[in-house]
Design a protein around this ligand. Structure first.
Ligand code: HPA
Length: 273
């Protein structure tokens, strides 16, 4: 068990000294979705490279910023760029954004990501609301950062993703006329995309989408009683489901095409929380 408050004391002190307000809702922007941060009123930006012990973003499409922003009179914390395990970081580093959001007493966390579509009804450009997380292959690492001492915390994990938050997200999608697929997000550690054989297995085991992030963030938030949910932008057919070769470039290009509806949806969610 890692004592995050001890390990990241200087990091937290730095953010605490700079922050203009406590955020009601926090967002982590996934691959290719970082531009959302340009569409809201930024009150204060902190470069992650200036924060002591904050891991460096090494992936294209992931800038390193924490933005304190405002929209519809709501205080928001936006992480532009996330920390992936496949970059070589440990689990306690990968959950730092959620840890910060938790320490700043956020009530809602919306995790966004780019993912491969496993469900044959999904097409690149679709948005998927997560209705379940498949995380068996990260449970061991999670024990380093999750302690479940109280009955309350053990119960929280069952409300993952938050039912209340998912209802808000569905309502926002209806109001914005954005079609939302729904399904289970399966975590793969990467760093490579999956093999077609892995996708075949994961499909049989209930995966609708696959990606390399989000699940540990969601568990950490959920255990700590935060309303957490996730939206995936399906950027490609998962390995073996189409003749096309997977590439990070394809992920970025599809994100570009879908960003307008993604932005409308996220703004409406912020309005409704
Ligand atoms: N697999 C894993 N991660 C991804 C994919 C994929 O197909 N697409 C975008 N992120």
């Amino acid at each position: 068990m890692i004592d995050l408050n001890f390990k990241y004391k200087t990091l937290l002190n730095y953010v605490n000294d700079q922050m203009p307000f406590y955020p009601e809702i926090s967002l982590i922007l996934g691959s290719g979705l970082g531009e959302f941060a340009d569409k809201i009123k930024i009150v204060k930006s902190i470069k992650t490279e200036d924060i002591p012990n904050y891991p460096k973003s090494t992936v294209q499409g992931h800038k390193g910023f924490l933005h304190f922003a405002e929209l519809f009179n709501k205080n928001i914390l936006v992480f532009q760029g996330r920390i992936h395990l496949y970059e070589g970081y440990n689990i306690d580093q990968a959950i730092i954004p959620v840890f910060i959001a938790k320490e700043l007493k956020t009530k809602y966390i919306l995790l966004t990501n780019a993912a491969g579509g496993v469900n044959l009804n999904f097409n690149p450009g679709d948005l998927m609301l997560t209705t379940g997380f498949l995380a068996h292959n990260i449970k061991k690492e999670l024990t380093d950062v999750l302690s479940l001492p109280t009955a309350e915390q053990r119960k929280n994990i069952l409300n993952l993703p938050s039912k209340e938050f998912n209802e808000i997200i569905k309502k926002a999608a209806l109001e914005e006329n954005v079609f939302l697929q729904q399904g289970n997000y399966w975590f793969n550690s990467g760093p490579t995309y999956e093999t077609p054989a892995e996708i075949k297995m994961q499909s049989k085991f209930g995966a609708d989408a696959v990606g390399m992030s989000t699940v540990h963030e969601a568990f950490f938030a959920g255990v700590n009683g935060i309303n957490v949910s996730a939206i995936s932008l399906i950027t490609n057919y998962a390995a073996g489901l189409s003749p096309q070769k997977l590439s990070h470039q394809e992920v970025i290009e599809t994100a570009e095409l879908a960003k307008e509806k993604f932005e409308r949806l996220v703004k409406r969610i912020i309005k409704l929380v």
